[in-house]
Design a protein around this ligand. Structure first.
Ligand code: AMP
Length: 360
């Protein structure tokens, strides 16, 4: 099988590594020829909205997928729908936070109280109806906390509007959550579903820093499973889907979903028999999905902005993944995963990685 991947970033690279293990080749499409996935397979260097390039990719591959959610829907719709997964509806919905919230509403998945903001007067209405604090977010193209403004009180309203007011927005009540978790699952072409154990996530400045596999209590786990399963079915989904969630007083509240493999699931590479990357490929090739049970206690620390030299010298109990990207502030350059038989040992090892990072 030859798999076409739109996007050749680190997620594409890790998909490609799994594809190799399954005996498949990958061809990538990305305007940046020098992307992390270049070490795996050919990168066709064209813009994502270049339909001729999409046609070329399609003619060379048996099945096509994508590794980021800002792929132009038009490009996906240009491909035979029996050849490209996840389905374009899932992509189109998540590219507009308002549509995404409406989908959650229709499935009775709880979300933060929200309202549409198309004008300054809508923003004032949002402040009245939601109360402080609340966030405004761009409806499209936001990621890693970008395109967001936290409005703490009335004095922030004008500043927030000046910064983001030139595009469609959504206002969202700020949730005082107890913790952030995510759930990742795969659904195959035949409709088989496999869910991973929940992941507990810590963000710094809107960017994911640390993930840990977690045994949440039964009440939280059931809500997360039900919500992800209902999304997978409603979207007639094929591939891996990640759902980001807040937990407050044991109630699970959805933030957003990503129609792709997800940073919070990187620990599955070493922490489970079948990683999220392998299960994504299995799902789109309609193979039986693999075991998602966690082997012990897994954790992952992102390397953001720079990779300290000491990281490269860590023992083989630390799994260092280098994305071969140039250093830049706020950029994800790699990650380190660990899997331990005891929870305490995981925490010691995560602290060790955090100590190294904090010294740079
Ligand atoms: P997002 O880009 O929507 O994934 O948001 C990035 C991060 O901002 C989330 O992981 C949360 O830490 C925080 N955040 C986003 N929306 C809310 C909200 N409604 N209430 C509290 N925190 C939020």
């Amino acid at each position: 099988m030859i798999i076409g991947v739109i996007g050749a970033g680190q997620l594409g690279m890790m998909l490609g590594e799994s594809a190799r293990e399954l005996g498949c080749d990958c061809i990538f499409l990305d305007p940046n020829k020098n992307s992390p996935a270049k070490k795996i397979g050919e990168v066709l260097s064209y813009e994502f909205n270049d339909l001729k390039a999409i046609k070329k990719l399609s003619s060379q591959c048996d099945v096509i997928t994508y590794e980021f959610e800002n792929v132009p829907v038009k490009s996906i719709n240009f491909i035979d729908p029996r050849k490209v997964y996840p389905p374009s509806d899932a992509l189109e919905t998540t590219q507009d936070r308002l549509k995404e919230k409406h989908l959650f509403d229709s499935l009775e998945i709880p979300v933060a109280e929200y309202s549409k903001v198309d004008s300054f007067s809508d923003l004032l209405d949002a402040a009245d109806s939601l109360g402080y604090q609340f966030l405004i977010k761009t409806r499209s193209f936001g990621y890693d906390g970008k395109g967001q403004f936290l409005i703490k009180d009335e004095s922030d309203i004008r500043k927030a509007w000046d910064q983001l007011g030139n595009q469609p927005l959504i206002a969202e009540k700020k949730i005082k959550f107890d913790r952030e978790i995510s759930i990742i699952g795969a659904r195959s072409l035949s409709g088989e579903i496999a869910l991973y154990p929940l992941t507990k996530n810590n963000h710094v400045n809107g960017i994911l820093r640390t993930s840990r596999s977690t045994d949440e209590n039964a009440i939280v786990t059931k809500q997360a499973h039900d919500y992800l399963s209902s999304l997978l079915k409603k979207l007639n989904y094929v591939g891996v889907l990640a759902l980001e969630l807040f937990v407050k007083d044991e109630k699970v509240i959805a933030n957003e979903y990503a129609p792709r493999v997800h940073n919070s699931g990187h620990w599955t590479i070493e922490g489970t028999e079948t990683s999220q990357f392998e299960n994504h490929l299995r799902a789109i090739m309609d193979m039986k999905l693999g075991d998602t049970t966690v082997k012990g206690f897994a954790g992952m620390e992102n390397l953001i902005g720079c990779i300290p030299a000491e990281i490269k010298g860590l023992s083989s109990e630390f799994f260092f993944h280098d994305y071969d990207k140039e250093e830049r502030q706020g950029r994800k350059l790699g990650h380190v995963s660990i899997v331990t038989p005891e929870e305490e040992d995981r925490e010691i090892k995560l602290k060790e990685i955090q100590r190294i990072i904090s010294q740079t």
